[in-house]
Design a binder for this molecule. Sequence first.
Ligand code: NDP
Length: 252
Amino acid sequence: SGTPLAGRVAVVTGASSGIGEATAARFAELGAKVALVARRGDRLDQVEDRVRADGGTALALPTDVTDRAAVLAMADRVADELGQVDLVFANAGVQLISGITDLATADWDAQIDLNIKGVMNTIQAFVPSLESAAAAGRSADLITTSSIAAVRILEGFQVYSATKAYVTQLSKLLRTELGRKKIRVATIEPGMVDTELPDHVTDPAASKLMADLIAQIDVLSSEDVAETVAFMSAVPKHVNLTEITILPTEQI
Ligand code: NDP
């Protein structure tokens, strides 16, 4: 059918731009009700309007996912307003590359707080709901956004890559507990995607390096990634596409 996610209730973090925005829109297009989570409320409102204009259901819930109490409060609102969540896309992340000798400690903290703790906060808030959905015989998905940086050796990426290695490993570890409860845990590892990600890099040289790399090849769009995440969520519930790497064809 054209709506393989009908009846599902999704939460997407990082839904105000890039991969999260595209995936939230795709989930809604495929029939899911979608909670839109990020900090920029104005951007979430735009995504909500776009989904509604297309006949879908979305709810903007501005939240900083590094704030554990705020994430728990957001989860309560989702349950009240959209119903029991059965599809979680823990996607919000930031990439702040710099040399280790730069001692860009604020950037280290920002990446660890969002890419690690923000993901854990999201998981903590929604695992009970996923357990209930799975116990009731419904599909239940926890999908994270890792990166090929999880496994590649890239200069300046020491903290970012470590956070993404954590995300990939976490996904494998959680399957030991959640797989037998019929919760599908999976991760997507994209290569270069054209998003706002490089705009946040504080080191100008690193920022230029990223922009140059992106300009050299035909990189992925957020929609390319969204399509894949939607596919991972829509396969029969006994099937788990545990780890998918998606690269631009030209990226080696
Ligand atoms: P964007 O910068 O476009 O998206 C990042 C999203 O995270 C935004 O919606 C941002 O919204 C949100 N966010 C940032 N901080 C917080 C916070 N504290 N609380 C809640 N939301 C937050 O980049 P991408 O779409 O590229 O990034 C999405 C994911 O993809 C990240 O995990 C990234 O590491 C990963 N990735 C990206 C690749 C790429 O080439 N682009 C490659 C591989 C992985 P707001 O500022 O409104 O809070």
